[in-house]
Design a protein around this ligand. Structure first.
Ligand code: ATP
Length: 171
């Protein structure tokens, strides 16, 4: 079992390729209002959670809500792939803005598992090469997260690892 100890107020980034199980993990481990999902914000701003052309507006809305939550002292989880350093820079900057700990939970599942899940899904319209690209970006990122500013980094490497996480919150 992997234990993750979180301060009651922190900014959690779930990091992983599409299909790694971020949304499922978030649903199991956090309260609904705590989780800001890029897909949900794409849906809110455009009516389509797959609309890539809505990404900019979706993240603007997501970060607006994240700021409101952090200002109120509420733990916040960002459920987006965040496999690119640029995306993570915004998360770390946001945490610093509110002087809260940026925490990374990485779902680094084997590519064949991601591909099998992708094939079984009907709700994703991009090609499988998108997932391979994300896996490549994630692998390049793994050694850099601490240096980027993430203070707690947990890397989960299998569906079993993801399922066996126990999160506790400390004051
Ligand atoms: P995306 O970035 O595309 O939104 P995600 O990382 O949020 O993906 P989920 O939406 O949680 O991933 O899950 C992707 C798919 O994988 C879903 O069809 C889900 O049912 C399936 N899945 C998630 N976790 C598991 C698991 N432990 N075992 C089997 N299938 C899983």
């Amino acid at each position: 079992m992997t234990s993750i100890s979180l301060p009651e107020l922190c900014l959690v980034a779930l990091i992983g390729a599409s299909g790694s199980g971020k949304t499922t993990f978030a649903r199991e481990q956090f309260a609904p209002g705590e989780v800001l999902s890029s897909d949900a914000f794409r849906m809110l701003v455009s009516g389509d959670e797959n609309a890539q052309d809505a990404t900019h507006d979706a993240f603007e809305a997501l970060y607006f809500v994240a700021r409101q939550r952090l200002r109120r002292g509420l733990l916040t989880v960002i459920d987006a792939t965040s496999v690119q350093a640029d995306a993570r820079r915004h998360i770390v900057a946001l945490a610093r803005e509110f002087d809260v700990l940026p925490v990374a939970v990485v779902l680094d599942l084997p590519e064949d598992v991601l591909m099998a899940r992708y094939r079984a899904r009907t709700d994703r319209h991009f090609g499988p090469q998108v997932i391979s690209g994300q896996v490549g970006q994630l692998r390049k990122s793994l050694g850099k997260l601490q240096a980027e500013g993430f203070r707690h980094v947990t890397v989960l490497r299998s569906a079993e690892d993801v399922r066996a996480v126990s999160i506790t919150r400390t004051r």
